[in-house]
Ligand binder design. Sequence first.
Ligand code: FMN
Length: 385
Amino acid sequence: MGADLSVTFTGLRFQNPFLLSSAPPTESESNIMRAFDAGWGGVVTKTIGLHPVTNVAGPKTKFLRTDPVTTRMSMQKRPGTALHSSWNWELISDKTIDWWLPRIARVKQAHPDRILVASIMAGSGSDKELRHWQDLAAGCQDAGADAFELNLSCPHMDRQDMGSNVGKDAGLISVVTKVVKEVAKVPVWCKLTPSTTDIAAEARASFAAGADAIVSSNTFPSLPPIDPATLEFEVNVDGYVSSGGLGGPAILPLSLAKMSQMTQAFPDKSFSGIGGITDFSEALSFFLLGCGTIQVCTAAMLDHAIGPNVIKALNQGLAEFLEANAERGWTSVEDFRGLRRDRVVTHSKIRRPEGKEYFGGQDAPEGYADVEASLSATRSVTRSS
Ligand SMILES: Cc1cc2nc3c(=O)[nH]c(=O)nc-3n(C[C@H](O)[C@H](O)[C@H](O)COP(=O)(O)O)c2cc1C
């Protein structure tokens, strides 16, 4: 009997916990159909909005590679280099909601047992904009979407009331999530920006407003490197560049840190982990921190656009991991989810070499500040009196 890879996440049953994240791999009906045929448990559509979208007049995504000898990082194609990251300044889907709705319906008819999450985005600066969230949500759920992912994290929006600018503002997160929850008949996931100081604060606002799950990370704000020969940014239009988003292997440790802040603060809530995942070992790190599902973008883009080999390796890796740990009684992701969540502690809780003490960067406590010494002094006074 094969291993049971299925998971239940925000009340939805997934054949396996691996989803294509909202990005080019999920920008069309044919890609999504191919993704399901390849074995992905779910997809999150490329973000759908109501405002007109026009992308830059040049490449929207490029890949950074490092040279193993010099470690130089560049987008130029060089033999023997390894993938470092993706860099993109692509906007949300340039297709209209009317284009998307019949396609969502057709995908769900063809694959009723797979999970299709509609990523949606609108503004938040007026009642009219907030109604756009509700219109998007109502349309997508009527077409058959199984859940919503609210894009509160796109890093390249000029508008102050959209994308990661919403994700940086607990008040706006709350307003937008509540507005969608008012009309939603399916689970609502909030995809938060990683570019805040303490992402647990934004997670708190999302959950308080009724979010069923948090998704993280979107790409990290960044610039492409400057070519030393031409002195031009490696991606530019007419010499100009704007802040874009970094994804892929480089962001795995950063994304794990963000995820850990949230899963520790909300151990009983649902989280979907993204950031630099290519194979099962990386997905496992997110599961061990407490994530119930995993999403992939960059690795899939580089593997026949929708990641047929990536999903095969993820499913196989999970099956082999369950088999290798069968003697522990593990039969599903639930059995090891969150197992290392509490291993992230403050620095002073980390053991020092024998005999060496550390007081969190402060001077050693003396007198009344030495709590242990004053307690034992009090105890001996009490005993002798
Ligand atoms: C070209 C490109 C386009 C993207 N578009 C979206 C989008 O429309 N909505 C969204 O929520 N995230 C978008 N993302 C972010 C990805 O879904 C994902 O969060 C990010 O790339 C990190 O995952 P990775 O390390 O597997 O690439 C995009 C990423 C890339 C590279």
